[in-house]
Design a protein around this ligand. Structure first.
Ligand SMILES: *[C@@H]1O[C@H](CO)[C@@H](O)[C@H](O)[C@H]1NC(C)=O
Ligand SMILES: *[C@@H]1O[C@H](CO)[C@@H](O)[C@H](O)[C@H]1NC(C)=O
Length: 243
């Protein structure tokens, strides 16, 4: 058992090293996964419907280091899934501003949901699915307001319901809601070595594969990962048949 886990890890590392999409094994990305003093990571929070999908919508973007599903925008202390009070389901995105900007994240935000549906996304109806851009500081508020105006000018037949709010407390959701799309995919979980809970939540690789599992990666990356996984499964790996 121990040995097979080691073989897993070794193979995954070589997979990651060879990978054209530069998926990296979480243990190998200590320094840059948290930024550095010179180049700190930044954080953005958006509400755009179910946080399962929201997390996946941002997870595969270049420059996004980590995503977390959670609750924000309301007043109830310590919200939980079954009692979130007036909060909205949200995704918190940790990103490297040298690679992706708040503006680009806003573009993905608009492209990833229907901002004109009132209090809901598709079949998910309710206050918890409302659309919100959370901002930290005047520059982000300005960019958010501009992008909302631009979105509104696309069509005047309905109103953009998105709110722009100063970010207060972000409450991470319960573990079973983190990387939800990836969690539903046993093959992918196995391929990354069945990470323990805490690592799964913090891992950049899991963040990326969560987007892949939901088929929300940019098409080129989606195809690259597909090919990599097909290659591994065709070779009969990683199922260990003998020691
Ligand atoms: C990165 O940050 C996470 C949580 O913010 C922490 O648990 C982890 O130890 C940090 N890793 C490094 C290498 O500093
Ligand atoms: C707001 O941004 C500043 C740096 O620009 C950062 O130190 C602070 O943690 C951010 N606040 C939140 C709630 O993300």
């Amino acid at each position: 058992m121990k040995l097979s886990a080691t073989v897993f890890v070794v193979a995954i590392i070589s997979w990651a090293v060879n990978s054209a999409v530069s998926i990296r094994f979480p243990d190998r990305i200590s320094e840059d996964s948290n930024g550095s003093a010179d180049h700190p990571l930044r954080t953005a929070v958006f509400a755009l419907g179910s946080f399962w999908r929201s997390e996946a919508a941002f997870g595969c973007l270049d420059g996004v280091v980590r995503t977390t599903a959670g609750y924000a925008g309301g007043s109830r202390p310590n919200p939980e899934y079954r009692s979130l009070g007036d909060h909205a389901e949200c995704v918190q995105i940790e990103y490297d501003p040298r690679i992706i900007s708040f503006r680009e994240l806003l573009d993905v935000f608009w492209a990833s949901h229907d901002c004109r549906q009132v209090f809901g996304q598709g079949p998910d109806v309710g206050n918890q699915y409302r659309s919100i851009i959370f901002t930290n500081g005047t520059e982000e508020s300005r960019l958010a307001a501009l992008s909302k105006e631009r979105e509104q000018t696309r069509s005047k037949s309905s109103v953009v319901t998105t709110q722009i709010q100063q970010l207060g407390t972000f409450y991470p959701a319960e573990p079973e809601h983190q990387k939800f799309e990836l969690r539903r995919n046993p093959l992918l979980l196995q391929l990354i070595g069945n990470l323990p809970e805490e690592e799964l939540e913090k891992s950049s690789l899991a963040t990326k594969l969560n987007g892949y599992a939901a088929e929300l990666c940019p098409p080129k990356i989606q195809r690259q990962i597909d090919a990599k996984i097909n290659d591994i499964t065709r070779k009969g790996w990683p199922i260990l048949r003998e020691i």
